[in-house]
Design a protein around this ligand. Structure first.
Ligand SMILES: [Zn+2]
Length: 966
C-alpha cells in the first residue's frame, strides 16, 4: 500500500464511535493525522494548531479571522464567504481557544467536501495576510471628518467589545485567568479591547510563521470517505514543508498554596433598580485532563453536585435566598488541566463571603454525611446515556469527536483515549465497588483540601462604561496629540483605502477559481423522511423508524384550546413545574433522581405554529422524553405521573423557580440581543410572533417581573387550572422516533399510556388571541456597549405569494448584500434575514452592531438592491446551491422525527416541500427583481433596536418608544 509519505503510528477499532482509527505521521513535514473511518455520511475534516498566546492582544483570534480572507490559490476577499454562499456544507467555521485554533468543515456530499478541504488548507498554510487584512480584522484608526476625533475600528476589536459587555462572560474569563496566572490561560486569547491596539502587524505575521506549520498541526478526518484519498491530498500539501521544531508547549500550572480573591466590576445603569446585584463564583484547579478515569469521575461528580434542580449544591444555593440564579459552569474539560466553577448571580455584594461559606459547608456536609446512592446512579445513567446517544444537535458528530480527542491529543497524549469511555466508566464502577465513598473522597481531595482556588467577585459599577470610554478617549487623544496634521491625513487616507478595498468587487476570474458544485450536480428530489401514522379515538399516533442507537424519542403534543391570552406566559412555567417540582407520590428530590436514573430526560413547554394551508394558529403544549427501550415503560409512567398527579403546592419552590427564570431571561438578553430584537419585530407583525413573545420573549420577562413581586401562592391554583384545561382538550398527537423493529412493542405501550390519561374531554375552542398593538419603532435599553437592530414587515399584506426562490434570495442577501454592507463595511459582527412561510414576515437583523442608523439604511436599501440587481449566472448558481444545502440540512434521528412530526401537523407536506425545491432549482434573476419591487411598496414596518447610549440617542432623535429592559 502506498501511504503517501505517511507512516502509521497505530491503528485501533473504537467501538464507542463505531470507527476504525489510524494515527499517521507525515515523515517530511512532521504533521500528525487522525483518520477515523465509519459509516457517517456527514464527513468532517479539521486542522488544528497549538497557538498559546503570550498576551491579551488577541493575536490568535485575529489570525483565525484573517487567514480566511484570501489565499495563494484563491486570491479573493473572502473565500470563506464564497463557500458559505455556494456549498452544501453542514459545518464551516473556525474557533480560537485559549491554547488552540481549529478550522473544521463538514459536508455529506463527497465532491463538495473535498472542495471545502481544499480551500481551507490553502487558507491556513498560504494566507494573504496583508497589512490591510490585519487592519480590517484586527484594529485600525479612523478620523471623524467633522470633529477630527480618532476612534478604533476592526472586526475582532468590535466582537470582543461585545463579549466584554456580558457579565457572565467577564466572570468566566476572570476565573480562568485567576486559576492559571503562569500559563497561556492567564491571558485573553480572544483579545481584550484594551490590549488589541497594542498588536503590531509584525507580531501578527510572526505568530502565523511560528505556529501555522505542519509540524505544529493536527489533521483530522471522519466519515465514510476513502482513506487513501485523505493521505494523498494531505501529502500533496505537506510535501512542500520540512519538519521544524515549534515551541508551542502548554505548561502545567503549579498549584498555589493559598486561595486567591479577585474583585472586578461590570456595567450597570446609574438609575437601575437592580444596582446592588453582584456575581460571585468559586473556581478550583483540579487534576490533569489526561487523567481520564478521574476526568470521567469528575464529570459524574459535577452531575451529582449540580446536574439536577434537586442536586445538593444547586439546591443549597437556590434555597439560600442569597442570589437569583446559580452559576453552574461546573467542570471545564477543554484545557490541559481540569477546573470547576460554581457560584451565584444577583447577590448582595456584601454577602459574597456568605455564598462562599455556603458552598464550602455544603461540600463538607456531603463529604461527611455521604452522597445519596440514587444520585450516583442518576449521574452514571445520565453520563452513559449522553455518551451513547451522542446527540450533538446541528453540530456534526465527527466534529464533537475531534474536539473530544484534542483534549488529550493536543498535549501529545493518545487521541483515542478520551473516546474509549467504556474502560473509564468500568474502572470507576470497580472503584466504587471497593470504596462506596469514592465520590466523597473526590470532594475532599479536590475541593475541601485543595487550596488552589480563586473566588471571583464581580461588582456592579455605574461608572464602568464611562471609565472604559474615558480611558479609550484619553488613549486616542494622546495618539492624536502626537500625530501631526499630515499624519492625521494619512490615518484618514488609510481608512479610506481600506474602505475602497472592501467595496471593490473581486475579479470574476479569481472568484471562478473557488471550486464548487454546479446546479446540475444537485439532486432533484427531496430526501423524504419515512413516517407511519394511525388515528384512533381522536389521538393521532406517528412513528418514525430511525437508526437511533436503541434510543426511543417521544413527543406528546396537547392542543391549547381554551387557554386564555393571559395564561400564555404561564405555559413555560408550567413546563418547568411539571418536570421539576415532584408529584403527589414523590418528593421533588426523588422525582428528579428517578428521571435522571431511568431516562435521558423529560421536558415540557409550549410551541407555536401556523398552519401553512389555512393560516390557522396551531399552538401546542409538548411533553418530550427519551429513554432506552428497556426503560421506555418507566419513561411513560413518569410522564403519566407528572401529568396526572403533579404537586405545585410548594409555593416557596415555585417562587425560586420564577426568580431563576427571570434571571435567565435577563442574562440572555445582551448575549442574544439579535434574537430579542428579531422576535420583538415578529411579535408586532404576526399572531404567532406575539404568542412566542408572551411565552418566552420580552413580554414573558415583564410578566415574570410582576410575578416575582407577588406572593407565589396564587400561582399554584393558576397552574392547576391551566393543566386541567390542557389535559381536557381532545385531539392529542403522539410522535415516536425509534428503531423500526420496536414499533409494535412501542405502539402497545403507548396505547396503555393513553388509556390511563383522564377521559373527560371538553369541547373547547381555540381562543382567537388578538395580539395587542406593539410600537412600530421601539428601543430596548440595556447598560451595554453593544447594539442590535431588526426591521421587518408583512409581505403577504403586499400581495406576495410564497415561492421557493425566497430561499435563494435570503441566502444571497445574507452572504452578499448584508454581509458586505453591515459586516464588512459597517463593522457589525453579523447580519441576517429571515422569512416566515406561514405568516409572511420578512425581517432583517444585525448582531453586535456599532452603527445602528447605518444598518437601518442598509435594510431599507435591500428592496432597491434586489429590484435593480443584475445577478450573474455564477452568483445565482452559488445561491441556489447554498439554498439547497439549507433545505437538505443534516439532521440526527431525533431531529428528523421531530421535524417530520411538526411538518405533518402544520400541513407542510412532501408535495409542498418538493414544489419548494423545484422552485429553488429554477430560480432566476427575475425572481430577485420581482421581490425587490414588492418590497419597495412597503408602508408599515416594525423596527426594534436593543443597546445602550447609541440606541438611546437614535430613539430620542426619531421619537421611538423607549423601553428600559435591564
Ligand atoms: Zn471572532
Amino acid at each position: 500500500m502506498n501511504t503517501h509519505g505517511f507512516e502509521l503510528i497505530f491503528e485501533r477499532k473504537v467501538p464507542e464511535i463505531n470507527s476504525l482509527a489510524r494515527l499517521w505521521k507525515h515523515k517530511k513535514s512532521g504533521a500528525e493525522l487522525l483518520s477515523l473511518q465509519n459509516s457517517d455520511e456527514n464527513k468532517v475534516f479539521g486542522v488544528t494548531f497549538r497557538t498559546p498566546p503570550k498576551d491579551s492582544t488577541g493575536v490568535p483570534h485575529i489570525l483565525e479571522h484573517s487567514v480566511l480572507c484570501g489565499s495563494k490559490k484563491y486570491p479573493v476577499k473572502e473565500p470563506f464567504v464564497e463557500l458559505l454562499k455556494g456549498s452544501l456544507q453542514t459545518f464551516l467555521n473556525a474557533f480560537t481557544y485559549p491554547d488552540k485554533t481549529c478550522y473544521p468543515v463538514a459536508s455529506t456530499n463527497l465532491a463538495d467536501f473535498y472542495n471545502l478541504v481544499d480551500v481551507y488548507l490553502d487558507a491556513v498554510f498560504y494566507p494573504r495576510i496583508s497589512e490591510d487584512i490585519f487592519k480590517q480584522e484586527g484594529w485600525h484608526l479612523e478620523v471623524d471628518e467633522k470633529t477630527k476625533d480618532l476612534s478604533y475600528k476592526g472586526v475582532v476589536y468590535n466582537e470582543m467589545k461585545g463579549v466584554f459587555s456580558s457579565p457572565d462572560s467577564l466572570l468566566s474569563r476572570q476565573a480562568q485567568q485567576a486559576l492559571f496566572p503562569d500559563t497561556p490561560y492567564g491571558v485573553e486569547s480572544g483579545g481584550d479591547p484594551e490590549n488589541i491596539p497594542d498588536l503590531t502587524y509584525k507580531q501578527f505575521k510572526e505568530f502565523h510563521e511560528s505556529y501555522y506549520h505542519p509540524s505544529n498541526a493536527r489533521f483530522y478526518f471522519w466519515g465514510d470517505d476513502n482513506e487513501d484519498k485523505r493521505l494523498e491530498l494531505l501529502d500533496n500539501l505537506l510535501k512542500e514543508f520540512n519538519i521544524q521544531s515549534v515551541d508551542s508547549h502548554i505548561p502545567l500550572q503549579k498549584h498555589f498554596k493559598t486561595p486567591r480573591l479577585i474583585e472586578s466590576s461590570y456595567a450597570v445603569e446609574p438609575d437601575n433598580a437592580d444596582n446592588n446585584k453582584a456575581f460571585v463564583s468559586m473556581n478550583w484547579l483540579l487534576a490533569n485532563t489526561s487523567n481520564l478515569e478521574l476526568n470521567f469521575a469528575l464529570r459524574m461528580l459535577e452531575h451529582i453536585l449540580l446536574g439536577l434542580p434537586a442536586s445538593p449544591l444547586r439546591k443549597a444555593l437556590l434555597e439560600s435566598g442569597l442570589g437569583e440564579d446559580v452559576i453552574d459552569d461546573g467542570l471545564e474539560t477543554e484545557l490541559r488541566q481540569l477546573c470547576f466553577s460554581v457560584g451565584l448571580k444577583g447577590i448582595d455584594p456584601n454577602k459574597a463571603s456568605e455564598v462562599e461559606l455556603l458552598i464550602m459547608d455544603t461540600l463538607a456536609e456531603l463529604a461527611e454525611e455521604g452522597i445519596n446512592t440514587q444520585a450516583i446512579e442518576a449521574a452514571f445513567n445520565t453520563i452513559e446515556f449522553s455518551l451513547r446517544e451522542k446527540n450533538t444537535g446541528r453540530f456534526p458528530v465527527g466534529l464533537a469527536v475531534m474536539l473530544q480527542s484534542l483534549t488529550n491529543w493536543l498535549y501529545d497524549q493518545d487521541p483515542l483515549a478520551p473516546l474509549e469511555y467504556e474502560q473509564h466508566l468500568n474502572k470507576i464502577k470497580q472503584k466504587l465497588n471497593s470504596d462506596p465513598r469514592y465520590f466523597e473522597g473526590l470532594i475532599k481531595e479536590y475541593f475541601l483540601e485543595n487550596n488552589h482556588y480563586a473566588t471571583v467577585l464581580l461588582l456592579p459599577d455605574t461608572e464602568y462604561l464611562k471609565r472604559v470610554q474615558e480611558k479609550e478617549e484619553k488613549r486616542l487623544k494622546k495618539i492624536a496629540e502626537k500625530l501631526k496634521s499630515q499624519d492625521l491625513e494619512k490615518v484618514a487616507k488609510d481608512a479610506e483605502h481600506l474602505k475602497i478595498l472592501q467595496e471593490t468587487p473581486d475579479n470574476e476570474a479569481d472568484l471562478a477559481k473557488i471550486p464548487r458544485l454546479s446546479v446540475a450536480d444537485l439532486p432533484l428530489k427531496n430526501k423524504e423522511i419515512v413516517i407511519q401514522s394511525q388515528n384512533d379515538s381522536n389521538i393521532e399516533l406517528y412513528f418514525h423508524p430511525q437508526p437511533s442507537s436503541g434510543i426511543v424519542y417521544l413527543n406528546i403534543a396537547f392542543k391549547l384550546n381554551g387557554v386564555k391570552a393571559e395564561q400564555i406566559p404561564l405555559l413555560t412555567i408550567l413546563g418547568r413545574a411539571l418536570t421539576e417540582m415532584g408529584t403527589k407520590k414523590r418528593s421533588f428530590l426523588d422525582f428528579n433522581l428517578d428521571i435522571a436514573s431511568k431516562t435521558g430526560g423529560i421536558n415540557a413547554g409550549a410551541s407555536f405554529f401556523t398552519n401553512l394551508n389555512n393560516k390557522a394558529q396551531q399552538p401546542y403544549f409538548i411533553v418530550s422524553g427519551k429513554a432506552t427501550l428497556t426503560h421506555v415503560k418507566e419513561l411513560y409512567a413518569l410522564i403519566e405521573e407528572l401529568l396526572t398527579e403533579p404537586n405545585f403546592d410548594d409555593a416557596e419552590l415555585l417562587g425560586r423557580m420564577l426568580l431563576e427564570e427571570k434571571a435567565k431571561e435577563e442574562h440572555s438578553l445582551i448575549p442574544s440581543g439579535h434574537i430579542a430584537v428579531l422576535n420583538r419585530v415578529k411579535a408586532g407583525l404576526s399572531t404567532q410572533g406575539w404568542l412566542e413573545d408572551q411565552a418566552s420573549g420580552l413580554s414573558y420577562l415583564f410578566k415574570l417581573r410582576q410575578m416575582t413581586n407577588n406572593n407565589p401562592t396564587s400561582l399554584v391554583n393558576s397552574l392547576k387550572e391551566l393543566l386541567q384545561t390542557i389535559l381536557k382538550t381532545p385531539g392529542m398527537a403522539i410522535n415516536i422516533t425509534a428503531e423500526a423493529e420496536q414499533k409494535d412493542k412501542l405502539t402497545t405501550i403507548t396505547r396503555e399510556f393513553i388509556a390511563n390519561l383522564p377521559k373527560t374531554k371538553q369541547n373547547l375552542t381555540l381562543d382567537n388571541w388578538t395580539s395587542e398593538q406593539l410600537p412600530t419603532q421601539e428601543a430596548l435599553l440595556v447598560p451595554a456597549q453593544v447594539n442590535y437592530v431588526a426591521k421587518g414587515f408583512d409581505l403577504f399584506k403586499l400581495g406576495y405569494k410564497y415561492h421557493g426562490s425566497m430561499q435563494v434570495i435570503l441566502k444571497h442577501l445574507r452572504t452578499s448584500w448584508l454581509w458586505e454592507k453591515v459586516r464588512v463595511q459597517g463593522g457589525a459582527y453579523g447580519a441576517f434575514c429571515t422569512f416566515d412561510r406561514a405568516n409572511g414576515v420578512f425581517a432583517q437583523a444585525s448582531y453586535r452592531d456599532p452603527n445602528v442608523p447605518n444598518t437601518i439604511n442598509v435594510f431599507d436599501a435591500s428592496a432597491e438592491y434586489l429590484a435593480s440587481l443584475k445577478l450573474s449566472q455564477d452568483d445565482l448558481a452559488k445561491s441556489i446551491i447554498g439554498a439547497i444545502g439549507e433545505l437538505d440540512t443534516y439532521l440526527l434521528p431525533d431531529a428528523k422525527g421531530y421535524s417530520s412530526f411538526i411538518r405533518t401537523l402544520t400541513g407542510d407536506n412532501n408535495s409542498l416541500r418538493q414544489q419548494m425545491r423545484d422552485e429553488i432549482l429554477s430560480t432566476t434573476s427575475k425572481d430577485f427583481n420581482a421581490l425587490g419591487e414588492i418590497m419597495k411598496s412597503v408602508k408599515t414596518s416594525h423596527t426594534v433596536a436593543l443597546g445602550g447610549e447609541e440606541v438611546k440617542k437614535l430613539a430620542t432623535a426619531q421619537n421611538w418608544i423607549q423601553t428600559k429592559v435591564l
